[in-house]
Design a protein around this ligand. Structure first.
Ligand code: SF4
Length: 71
């Protein structure tokens, strides 16, 4: 089952860290990042990106359950 990735554009500060870590999942578009596609294959690196986002703007869910960023 795939995971769902969202980025809060109001919170994203455009650091580009997520796109640098996983360019196949995140793309920086001007001042904000977007998921390349909202559904992604489960991959710990997606959670790493959510954990390391300086604005905590990345939300990862699995079947509606929030799994990233991790506590
Ligand atoms: S790491 Fe966070 S703040 Fe930086 S571009 Fe990605 S979503 Fe935006």
């Amino acid at each position: 089952m795939s995971w769902h990735v969202e980025i809060d554009e109001r919170t994203c500060i455009g650091s580009g860290m997520c796109a640098g870590l996983m360019p196949e999942v995140f793309v920086l578009d001007g001042a904000v990042a977007h998921p390349v596609t909202p559904e992604v294959e489960p991959d710990e690196t997606v959670l790493d990106a959510a954990d390391s986002c300086p604005a905590m703007a990345i939300l990862v869910t699995d079947g509606g359950r929030e799994i990233g960023p991790r506590p």
